[in-house]
Design a protein around this ligand. Structure first.
Ligand SMILES: [Fe+2]
Length: 304
């Protein structure tokens, strides 16, 4: 039987210490839209159809609760559940109907470094999905620091069906669809969050986002620039509670014939860390923010 694969990065669930301030930021500055509030969890959407792409809840410390992937149908979710169990990783329960906003069918689980994920299908997504200028469409990718990149990569490949798109600059860029990468996993000392990237519809929207963030006291910490692997444009920020955030766009689209490059294929001229070279590299502040946040202990347990 062929391997069952997740088909998209759907959502990230975050814990924040000041829910009201973070909610105001993500709607009024980051330009998402609140679609539901349930039991203290605020759900926000982008312009694409996913019911929500970000949830916020209040907790005693800032952190990431889980990353949520989308699967095609219940049979695929069931087979991924078996693949996660075959990899020896804990699951919360068998796949079942979910009572959280948007509903659907899925289960939660942990990876070899203790991160939390869910795989879901049949969520009540939105019919309106047109681009709107200067508003994020969806999550682009989540970048995770790893203490054991090889173990995390093997799990993402074997249990979830991710494929290697490129290996460069101490990162593996991995995909689950046509986007060059939906996850990035680093070679680091600890398993923490590096950053969360939101896809803007075009370069103009990334640039307008930089201006809007500056207007609200969030200066760009790296960018604008264009990355090597993925060829995407970028701007990095420290959001509320120092959350490491990226606006990105124009991600390279790849097919099954894509050939992954190796670290020696990706080199920059002296003094360069991106294709454009119009700004210096990341600030000390954002480098620090890219080490601060951990996954919660019990975030693999879904309601319902
Ligand atoms: Fe990124």
């Amino acid at each position: 039987m062929t391997q069952a694969r997740v088909r998209a990065l759907r959502a990230v669930d975050l814990a924040v210490t000041d829910l009201e301030t973070a909610s105001r930021f993500f709607t009024q500055v980051w330009n998402l839209e609140t679609v539901a509030t349930d039991g203290g969890v605020v759900c926000m959407r982008g312009t694409m159809g996913f019911h929500h792409i970000l949830t916020l809840r209040e907790a005693s410390r800032t952190g990431i609760v889980r990353v949520v992937y989308d699967a095609e149908d219940r049979a695929t979710v069931d087979r991924i559940h078996e693949q996660v169990r075959a990899a020896g990783q804990p699951v919360d329960a068998p796949p079942r109907g979910l009572s959280s906003p948007g509903g659907g069918y899925g289960f939660g689980f942990k990876d070899p470094e203790g991160r939390n994920y869910a795989v879901v299908c049949d969520v009540a997504d939105h019919a309106d999905a047109a681009d709107r200028p200067d508003r994020p469409r969806k999550l682009s990718h989540v970048n995770l620091n790893c203490a054991d990149n090889d173990a995390t990569f093997a799990f993402m490949r074997d249990a979830l069906g991710f494929r290697l798109s490129d290996h460069a600059n101490n990162f593996r860029f991995i995909r689950c669809g046509v986007d060059h990468h939906s996850m990035v996993i680093g070679f680091n000392k600890e398993a923490t969050l590096n950053h969360i990237a939101f896809e803007m519809p075009d370069l103009d929207s990334v640039m307008r986002g930089i201006g809007r963030m500056r207007d609200h006291g969030y200066p760009v910490e790296w960018g604008p620039g264009r990355h090597g692997p993925g060829n995407n444009v970028f701007a990095y920020f420290c959001g509320p509670e120092e959350l490491p955030l990226e606006y990105t766009g124009e991600m390279q689209q790849v097919g099954d014939d894509h050939v992954a490059k190796r670290p020696e294929d990706w080199t920059w001229p002296p003094g360069r860390v991106d294709q454009w070279g119009i700004v210096p590299g990341p600030t000390a502040r954002v480098k620090r923010a890219q080490t601060l946040f951990r996954f919660s202990a019990d975030g693999h347990r879904l309601d319902g």
